[in-house]
Every structure is written in structure tokens, then in C-alpha cells.
Design a protein around this ligand. Sequence first.
Ligand code: 5GP
Length: 206
Amino acid sequence: MKKQGMLMIISGPSGTGKGTVVKELVEKQQQFALSVSATTRSPRHNEIDGVHYYFYTREVFEKMKNENQLLEWAEFCGNYYGTPKKYVEQQMAEGKNVILEIEVQGALQIKKIYKDCILVFMIPPSAKELKKRLTERATEDEQTIQRRINRAIEEMEFVPQYDYIVINDTVCCAVNAICDIVKVEGMKSSRNINIKKQFKGEITSC
Ligand code: 5GP
């Protein structure tokens, strides 16, 4: 029987660089599958529908929500965001470790359903660096940046509910830290309950 993949959730203030870290992770590590979220926010100039997000109208999003097609959903700075359920369930059943890059309300909804999911909170090396990254990426206007900084302050309150904190100083170190977490989590006895049965079966036949 195939071992079920793990579900890892990465949250953290907007501008931390979660997207870059996660992209690098799935490119380097075959055993990770990245879930593409649905959103009602407008695409940024470099974003592709179906790759970065599924960009939907509020009507379509609400239909998905009502038809129970989303594992979780939340409103963030005036837009809806949600995780399509089918992809996550399929990939985990195939033994892949699924990564969701989502905000805190959605993360905590999922923790209620998947008790053994891994919650990682990613932070920038400093508040000053966060502001710099948000400003330099130049994808939002001044008002939206301020709104996201305010939200970042609120989101930090949720840190104690997360399992791990990763500081995104350099992408490479953050990717390595996540790989270490996955490695340790994979060795937990609670994730390997079949090992005793397997061992007994093998020992009697050799
Ligand atoms: P952005 O607009 O910068 O792409 O994303 C804004 C916030 O929404 C980020 O914190 C991001 O992690 C979060 N987000 C992206 N997709 C989802 C999702 O499917 N569900 C939830 N709850 N949050 C999401």
C-alpha cells in the first residue's frame, strides 16, 4: 500500500518571499506537489492563470464554495482565496507531499480537518526587510502595501499556533530548512504505524 503524502502549509506576511521559496522547492524536489489556489484578485503583470492562481470572478468562486469544491477559503485584503480540494486529495493519495501557500485563517481551518498537517510560518529576517521587499516588487500601490503590512502585524499573533518558524533570509537556506522539516516529520512514529506489521510479516517469511 502506498504511504499517504504529507500536507504542509506555509503562511507568513505578504512580501516574505513564500512564493519564491515554494517554487524553488517544487522545482528541486520531485516529491512535492504545489496546490494552485483560486482567487478573485486581479492577476499581477507576471502571473498566469492556472499556474500562479486560478483567477475567478466572485460569482464563480462563490459557486465553488457552495458546491464544497474548496478545502478551505478566506477573505484577505478584500479578495477571496481558496484551495481546490480535488487536487490536494489526489496528490496525497499518490504519496506526494502537498504544499499549500495560504494565509492563517485558511491554515487553521485545514488543521481542524487534517490534524497531522504541518504548519510552517515563514518570516522575513526583519520588519524593515519586509517593507523593502513589498515596496521593491512594485506589484501593489501604496495603499495596498500599507494594508498588507497591517495584516502582517495581525498575522504574527497566530505564530504560536504553528509548528515551525522558518526565517527567509536567503531562498536557499529557507528551502533547506523546509526539507529538514519534511525529513524529520517523515520519521515520526505516528506517520509510520504500518512498520510494525510489515516487520512482523517479513520476519516470519525469512
Ligand atoms: P497574494 O495576493 O499576495 O498572492 O496572496 C495574499 C495572501 O493570500 C497570501 O498570504 C497567500 O499566502 C494567501 N493565499 C493564497 N492562496 C490562498 C488560498 O488558497 N487560501 C488562503 N486561505 N489563502 C491563500
